[in-house]
Design a protein around this ligand. Structure first.
Ligand SMILES: Cc1cc2nc3c(=O)[nH]c(=O)nc-3n(C[C@H](O)[C@H](O)[C@H](O)COP(=O)(O)OP(=O)(O)OC[C@H]3O[C@@H](n4cnc5c(N)ncnc54)[C@H](O)[C@@H]3O)c2cc1C
Length: 443
């Protein structure tokens, strides 16, 4: 029986409507800040938070409706490149500090990270907890205005300066003016639309991956990485798997595992990338079937908890004032303007079925120079994260999250030091002193 209407509760204000229509000539929403950061992945978030703490007003923009980029939405799931290598894990000092310290502390207190220690130390994390950390950290900074669901459409330039960015959102167009711009888009979207030169791999693809978190895993019976890899090689084709390696990292105490067993092309094309994403999910489903059937004790009752957005490794990146080379990475070349460091492997996903994983021994460190982050023909634009300038192999190492965080901090400090002038005029020694913890600290 229908519930009787409570007429007293429905006064005029609740029944009357107001007619609205778009006013002709109404322009875009306008925002102005000291710094505009495009891309709210781990690199952009680091740049935005460090800039805000240096007293700069920041607009942090992303095309996704949520913060955190691939680290959260692609479920990357593991912090790599944050610690030194070597046979004794107790000697694995931390390469990058800043927001990395805060993330590790907060997620540790929630039981939301797990350190995997061996020849190198990596840190498995719960992507939901990381997502909330990013949201809370951004919300705490009064100087940051986040703008989400905003796709960059055009870039205004005036000589060597970027002057404004135009975005489309579901709530109308937005125009942002700023003194400095950070391209943390991963695909160098800002630099490319500004008409500045960018790079793509000259040959072949760098494959992305569809990450998946599965639940219902019996962690105690979980096989080690080598056992899974050997079995994948032997019978992966029977399951229709295109990639014949990968891993399922179990998260102790949670009954979950992070699965990375697919290779998918990631073309910079609006519809093809969607098709590849669907193909990635289908590959991931086959990988789960493989785990369930081949290792029933551990994975027999496992099911998918979440699919990440298609993970994109290397697509298009800036031409910087300097290109970091493989030789420099292998030699651990020191640079006067070094701003980030890592010892992460050359991790080049260049084949559908496999990838190159060239590791470094104890004591090895390689660096990212600030010049690799700055397009030579722009004075107020700096790139951070996976779209800085390296050759294909060099970039495959320094694009992991440890150095991405350090590059974000470096961009913020360089902008602060430039104080209105060209980023190319920033004194390398002064910048290095500012980012000492991410380049020279060792404890
Ligand atoms: C499958 C996979 C597994 C990986 N595994 C690891 C790992 O285990 N450990 C590790 O440390 N690293 C790993 N990496 C590398 C690492 O995750 C990334 O390189 C890193 O997260 C990049 O961070 P970023 O801030 O540079 O870019 P992203 O996280 O890619 O952020 C870029 C942001 O820019 C936004 N954007 C792009 N274009 C536009 C536009 N036109 N308009 C508006 N917004 C835009 C995007 O929406 C996105 O949120 C992995 C990468 C992949 C793909």
């Amino acid at each position: 029986m229908a519930k009787k209407l409570d007429i007293r509760r429905l006064d005029e204000a609740k029944t009357e409507t107001r007619v609205v229509a778009r006013e002709s000539g109404s322009g875009p929403w306008k925002l102005r800040a000291n710094t505009c950061v495009l891309g709210a992945g781990i690199g952009g978030v680091s740049a935005a938070i460090e800039s805000a703490r240096l007293g700069h007003s920041v607009v942090l923009v992303d095309g996704l409706p949520s913060l955190g980029g691939q680290a959260v939405n692609g479920i990357v799931g593991t912090f790599c490149g944050l610690f030194a290598n070597g046979p004794d894990p107790s000697q694995h000092y931390q390469f990058t500090h800043g927001i990395a310290d805060e993330i590790l502390r907060e997620l540790d207190s929630q039981g939301a990270i797990h350190y995997r220690r061996g020849q190198w130390t990596t840190v498995l994390y719960d992507e939901v907890a990381l997502g909330r950390w990013v949201e809370n950290a951004v919300a705490r900074e009064d100087n940051i205005t986040p703008l989400l669901g905003a796709i960059l459409q055009a870039v205004d330039t005036d000589g060597r300066r970027v002057t404004g960015l135009h975005f489309a959102t579901r709530f109308g167009d937005v125009h942002i003016e700023a003194d400095y711009f950070v391209d943390a888009s991963g695909d160098a979207a800002l630099t490319y639309l500004a008409g500045l030169p960018c790079r793509t791999p000259a040959q072949g693809n760098v494959f992305g991956s569809q990450m998946v978190v599965i639940e219902g895993v019996d962690i105690d019976r979980s096989p080690d990485r080598t056992t899974i890899a050997d079995r994948l090689k032997a019978v992966g084709a029977d399951y229709g798997l295109l990639r014949r390696e990968g891993f399922a990292f179990s998260f102790p105490g949670r009954g979950t595992a992070l699965v990375n067993m697919t290779h998918v092309e990631t073309p910079l094309h609006p519809t093809e990338i969607v098709s590849r994403g669907l193909e990635g999910k289908s590959q991931a489903d086959k990988a789960i079937q493989f785990l369930q059937k081949e290792f029933p004790d551990a994975f027999g009752r496992a099911s998918v908890r979440s699919y990440g957005q298609l993970g994109i490794r290397q697509t298009r990146w800036i031409v910087g004032a300097k290109q970091l080379t493989l030789e420099e990475v292998l030699a651990g070349e020191q640079f006067d303007d070094a701003v980030a460091r890592t010892a992460w492997a050359i991790e080049l996903h260049d084949k559908q079925d496999s990838h190159i994983f060239h590791t470094f021994g104890e004591g090895h460190v390689h660096y990212v120079p600030f010049r690799s982050m700055t397009p030579p023909d722009a004075d107020n634009l700096v790139a951070v994260g996976r779209c800085v300038d390296g050759d294909v192999a060099a970039l495959s190492s320094v694009r992991v999250m440890g150095p991405c965080i350090a590059m974000g901090a470096a961009a913020a400090n360089a902008i602060d030091l430039a104080d209105g002038a060209s980023l190319h005029s920033v004194d390398a020694a002064q910048l290095r002193a500012r980012v000492h913890d991410n380049v020279d600290r060792r404890d």
